[in-house]
Ligand binder design. Structure first.
Ligand SMILES: [Zn+2]
Length: 281
């Protein structure tokens, strides 16, 4: 029988919980929008704190059984502790047999005096602290990070936390990287273990723009300069797969994405000729 989540060692449970810590983790969406449709869904996503209290995976896990509730509370306490500089230290009293009565009267506001204690939980505190607040500096912000739209992130923290961004046009024109290179470097330069560059879309004044991380673009441009100075491999890949990889056949996610690009940028194939661009760095 496969082990259940509550039977795993605490460090493995924490690892699992760490993947769910983002405020919008409960929505089965990828935080990095690679298509206009994905972007639209992520932009529209604005649940209230009340809704998140019901839908966040930590709430569902905590409702499952006592062991998982303890694990979730322990992990959220750890998260609050790690972020205490920005969201203030939140010490939530432990509920013990001999203190529940005094805690209850403290929290009671008169009429609840004789009822059972309604203790704040660490998971609720974490949800409140990170909904519509920058997860990096704690400032109130409804803006989501460009490269992770499952968290709120102010403009200032975005670059510091995720790195400087550059546009797809700059990657082509300034760094001389044809789309096929950063979309599928593994096909252009086989055997080097290269991965597609991270890319995200953003609506800039009504126009969909594709962003890449500058650090990754520069690293890849240096790689190309070193391993393919005359761009022979790029040319052969373009011939084989098309500039945007539109001739790649398969059912992979990336293939769909590349094909989508073809639809998204109908003028691109004829208008832009990456070979005539200058490499300035
Ligand atoms: Zn911030």
């Amino acid at each position: 029988m496969a082990p259940s989540l509550d039977s795993l060692p605490a460090d493995v449970q924490y690892l699992v919980l760490s993947y769910l810590s983002k405020i919008l983790s409960g929505y089965a969406l990828d935080g990095v929008p690679r298509t206009g449709n994905m972007l639209e869904q992520l932009v529209q996503l604005a649940p209230s704190t009340g809704q998140l209290m019901k839908t966040h995976p930590y709430q569902n896990l905590a409702a499952t059984c006592k062991q998982l509730r303890v694990a979730v509370e322990g992990y959220c306490r750890h998260l609050l502790d790690r972020h205490k500089d920005i969201i203030g230290e939140r010490r939530i009293p432990e509920l013990e047999r001999d203190n529940w009565e005094s805690l209850a009267s403290k929290n009671a506001f008169g009429k609840r005096k004789n009822t059972k204690v309604r203790r704040e939980t660490y998971r609720n505190a974490w949800i409140r602290a990170t909904n519509e607040h920058c997860v990096w500096c704690g400032k109130r912000s409804k803006r989501k990070a460009v490269f992770d739209m499952l968290v709120f992130c102010c403009h200032q923290c975005d670059e510091r936390a995720y790195g400087k961004k550059t546009t797809k046009t700059a990657a082509i024109q300034i760094y001389g990287l044809a789309p096929i290179i950063w979309l599928r470097p593994d096909l252009v330069y086989e055997g080097y273990g290269l991965l597609p560059l991270k890319r995200a879309m953003k609506n800039v004044s009504g126009v969909l723009a594709t962003y890449l991380l500058q650090k990754e673009v520069v690293t890849l441009a240096n790689f190309v300069r070193e391993h393919d100075p005359d761009k022979r491999k790029v040319r052969s890949a373009v011939k084989k797969y098309g500039k945007l990889g539109q001739k790649i056949h398969g059912n992979g996610d990336d293939t769909e994405f590349i094909l989508f690009w073809d639809v998204l940028l109908p003028g691109y194939l004829s208008e832009t000729d990456y070979e005539s661009s200058n490499v300035s760095e």
